[in-house]
Design a binder for this molecule. Structure first.
Ligand code: COA
Length: 358
């Protein structure tokens, strides 16, 4: 048997949730092309949960009250939320949720809780009082207000676009983790906590903060080439570039770029300049990486423009990866439901290369 350390091209499940075409740079989520998707968080939640065989519309309608319920737990989560890393906080705080034993209820609860707990962490970290959810508000709108203390229609719309766009993405590492945990017969809370652990890694969901650090360090477009050359010479990777599946530009980068363009006039001062700098850095990085790896196209991934979008929306960069989790929790829970229906334990093999007893 061949060993496949990264499991590339190993098909571990059939899914109705999303399809990633890495050669053509296309992403379909619950039957819709990501570049033409109009609906926000609640719509994509309903679509993904329905595609997984659940009553998606009824579940999505329960998100508001579930945020209120999650908020009632915040006072008892103190120690878990008071850690410097947002993903660690989310992992610890979500880990204290109790499973109801009912998959659909758990899915709504963890989805609501991810937004509430990520926002509460950000507020406490900034030394500000936590803000209670408004069950009548849209999920993205409510998350933005709870996290940043203010909202505007343009910023809420941009964040809603972001959360819907990152909701699912084929058999990515954290989704696989969620499916593996579910396949053991465990509950959705456990699947999501494990998935958060996987998303925390810089090769998966941890890059958008560092992308912004990179843009800060570069400062102006004329300095991009020298800065990137020094990084590559030092053997470091350029954050926000490259993807395991895409051999062309990640289609989600274009969605975020367009969202930023459309909303530029209503976004805070500086957003337009940031976008121009990001585009210049992307152009330079693409051309340098293509020269370095002519055999393997390395283009911008989702996290490149995530950084610019989430900054424009007014979220602190420490909250970028937790915000990714606030969107991706939809995919995790839908995949958990799909996996549970198969009833099949995921249990790959390994090849022993250690010593054997005589
Ligand atoms: N900067 C510089 N070089 C890169 C690179 C990047 N962002 N991405 C890939 N490469 C290079 C690797 O160094 C490797 O070169 P080598 O063979 O000379 O060592 C080659 O391209 C193949 O890389 P590999 O690690 O096999 O690709 P992968 O499929 O495992 O990588 C990522 C996918 C995402 C892990 C990788 O592109 C990366 O680390 N990107 C930066 C982090 C990031 O943006 N993460 C968010 C992902 S959504």
């Amino acid at each position: 048997m061949d060993v496949m350390p990264g499991l590339e091209n190993v098909v571990a499940a059939e899914t109705r949730l999303s399809d990633v075409d890495g050669e053509r740079g296309r992403l379909v989520i619950a039957g819709a092309d990501v570049e033409r998707m109009e609906g926000g968080f609640e719509e994509v939640a309903a679509a993904l949960w329905s595609a997984a065989g659940l009553d998606g519309a009824a579940m999505a309608a329960k998100l508001g009250p579930a945020r209120v319920e999650a908020f009632s737990r915040v006072p008892s989560l103190g120690a878990a939320l008071d850690v410097p890393d947002g993903m660690e906080a989310l992992r610890g705080a979500m880990g204290q949720l109790r499973s109801t034993g009912e998959l659909a209820r758990d899915a709504v609860d963890v989805t609501a809780a991810a937004a509430v707990l990520a926002a509460a962490w950000a507020r406490r970290r900034a030394g500000q009082p936590v803000l209670a959810p408004d069950p009548a508000a849209g999920h993205a709108d409510d998350f933005l207000r709870m996290a940043s203390g203010s909202v505007s229609p343009a910023r809420s719309r941009a964040l809603d676009r972001y959360l819907a766009t990152v909701s699912d993405h084929g058999m990515n590492a954290s989704t696989f983790v969620a499916r593996v945990v579910t396949s053991t017969g465990s509950d959705v809370v456990s699947s999501v906590v494990a998935a958060i652990g996987a998303l925390k890694g810089p090769l998966h969901g941890g890059a958008p903060g560092p992308v912004l650090d990179m843009l800060d360090a570069i400062g102006t477009a004329d300095r991009a080439k020298a800065w990137l050359a020094a990084e590559l010479a030092a053997g470091r990777r350029i954050m926000g570039m490259g993807h395991r599946i895409y051999r062309v530009r990640d289609p989600r980068a274009a969605v975020f770029e367009r969202a930023l363009e459309t909303m530029a006039a209503a976004l805070p001062a500086g957003a337009t300049e940031r976008l121009a700098l990001a585009r210049a850095v992307e152009r330079e990085a693409t051309s340098m990486l293509t020269a370095k790896h002519p055999e393997r196209p390395i283009a911008a991934n989702v996290e490149f423009y995530t950084a610019v979008l989430l900054e424009a929306v007014g979220l602190p960069r420490a909250l970028f990866s937790p915000t990714f989790a606030v969107g991706r929790v939809l995919g995790w829970t839908a995949h958990a439901a799909e996996q549970a229906r198969t009833g099949r334990l995921i249990r790959p093999a390994s090849r022993y290369v250690g010593p054997r007893p005589d």
